[in-house]
Design a protein. Structure first.
Length: 249
């Protein structure tokens, strides 16, 4: 089954995604750390997160960094505001936000629901102050993560899943959108849970899976991308590719 765009997918299952992130907020700590280590936000700056889900990035930012969430999902906007996150209900291009108002724009694993990455990069450059930073991270085309999402997740979620992932031309897309000082980083890390049951429940809710058992979810993860087991926790092996760039000063 093919998936719809971001708006349709998370209009349908944004609530279950948010439930997973609120109940088990530490599972993706290493993913957020990977992106924020590249973005390097500091006190006094404004960081715009597109798409922001329910504004989860705020818990990982240094004190004094102003988080602005951009979302097209009404459910994410409502839930983010319930947790006192500044949320803008607008398209992923963030057309309603003021120009040159952000020190950094960050995007984490949402762009693969849209097929025109270059247009999004160009739209986000408008938001950045001169010298402002972009960090856009998403799944790599042809990776174990992509196969898991389009295969297992696509089979068991009502919205389907057929992602538009980052390929080898990512730096060229950034250059064409007008950025400078471009670099591409591949991050490897884990989504850590206390035990098998927690990891299966997290993934079932996050991906909106229907009519699956915990064993089925864990078997699919172990088949790829893979599991790491330690005495007091279990981790889903994961990773994203990040475009890191600056707006011309």
């Amino acid at each position: 089954m093919e998936n719809d765009g971001y708006r349709e997918v998370f209009g349908a299952r944004g609530g279950r995604y948010d439930d997973a992130m609120r109940r088990w907020p530490a599972v993706r700590d290493e993913e957020f750390a990977f992106v924020l280590d590249l973005a390097e936000p500091v006190t006094g700056e404004t960081l715009v997160d597109i798409p922001s889900g329910g504004g989860y990035l705020g818990a990982h930012l240094p004190d004094g960094v102003d988080l602005v969430g951009v979302e097209v999902s009404d459910e994410f906007v409502e839930r983010g505001r319930e947790h006192e996150v500044t949320m803008f209900a607008t398209g992923l291009e963030a057309a309603g936000l003021p120009a040159a108002s952000a020190d950094a724009v960050v995007s984490i694993a949402g762009m693969h629901h849209e097929d025109d990455h270059g247009s999004l990069f160009a739209a986000w450059r408008r938001l950045l102050r001169p010298g402002g930073r972009l960090v856009a991270a998403d799944v790599v085309a042809g990776s174990a993560e992509a196969r898991f999402l389009d295969g297992f997740v696509g089979e068991w979620t009502s919205t389907g899943h057929a992602g538009h992932y980052f390929g080898d031309g990512l730096a060229q897309l950034g250059e064409a959108a007008g950025y400078v000082d471009i670099a591409v980083h591949d991050g490897r890390y884990h989504w850590w849970a206390d035990d098998d049951a927690m990891l299966a429940a997290f993934c079932t809710s996050l991906f909106g899976l229907e009519d699956v058992t915990a064993d089925l979810v864990l078997d699919a993860i172990e088949a790829g991308p893979g599991l790491t087991r330690e005495p007091d926790r279990v981790g889903l092996r994961w990773g994203l590719r990040a475009l890191v760039a600056r707006s011309a000063g």
